[in-house]
Design a protein around this ligand. Sequence first.
Ligand SMILES: *Cc1c(COP(=O)(O)O)cnc(C)c1O
Length: 355
Amino acid sequence: MKKHNFSAGPCILPSSVLEKAASAVRNFNDDNLSLIEISHRSKPFVNVMERARELALEHLGLQNKGYKALFLQGGASLEFLMVAYNLLEKKAAYLNTGTWSSKAIKEAKHFGEMIEVGSSADANFNYIPKNYNIPTDVDYFHCTSNNTIFGTQLQSFPDVSIPMVCDMSSDIFSRVLDFSKFDLIYAGAQKNMGPAGTTLVVVKEEILGKVTRHIPSMLDYKVHISKDSMFNTPAVFPVYVSMLTLEWLKENGGVAAIETINNKKAALLYNEIDRNPLFKGFVANKEDRSKMNATFNLLEDGLKEQFDTLWNAAGINGLNGHRSVGGYRASMYNALPLESVQVLVDVMQELEKNA
Ligand SMILES: *Cc1c(COP(=O)(O)O)cnc(C)c1O
């Protein structure tokens, strides 16, 4: 039986998607060729790329609004650099809410002045800074919507007159937002969309072409747009599987429908963390809690061995917290069924009975 996969990333994907992906590797499109041995310029694959780009915009409600979707390589980590390369002329504002934000900030500093408008580094990123001011004379504002490692999530986004850039790697397609507030969204596929190896970038075209520096072709969003995300050989398998996941999402009612289930999953687990006297949550304020990654710990270290034995025996995978937080982290991405969360809650209750 398939494990209950709470892995933070690469993460669980829908089983129907895995079946289709496996079959396409053997024989794609009934052409008696594998998906991964055909030309990326062939009609069947060009159709895959176009469909994936179209579905991404459709799920975000950004069709016909001046946005382009790209499937690039280099992970979200390369976007830390590319965003600054393409948009930072003089200075940019960053909100520092965790490890990934800090890494984005580090790259931006190579290109200009970086203004950190808020940070929760003082408390090991266990909260989301509020009431920060964003200067109006910056080239853009950058934030991270969900902090995968610490388990915090932005529940609202500031209204700004400058372009807003967001790393949505670990919560893209998980909840309804007014995505037109953002001018550039990026997300590594392996958290909520597909296998590692491709990164979705959704960018409003009008914000590009404003910096004076020369941008190398592979790092230039305009080059990738002009080549329809096929400037060089794209990551054909990750793009195909991402397309399948986006189709699965559409068949299941889209982002709004999955958000309802995600809310149920998060409520089920957080209620147990709050109720069960053996556990405590890591995040300081309940309103900052992530619906994707729940971080928690045992109050007594002595129970660790017993708890670990129990959840392993229940077929749960990927529950250990990140080394910078410790404890446990349950990642409840779109493809994780509610039943898996119930299994975890049952294990937590069993521990309470035995302790
Ligand atoms: C995992 C993650 C990254 C890094 O992604 P890579 O694709 O490994 O470069 C960046 N930002 C967030 C929010 C993440 O969760």
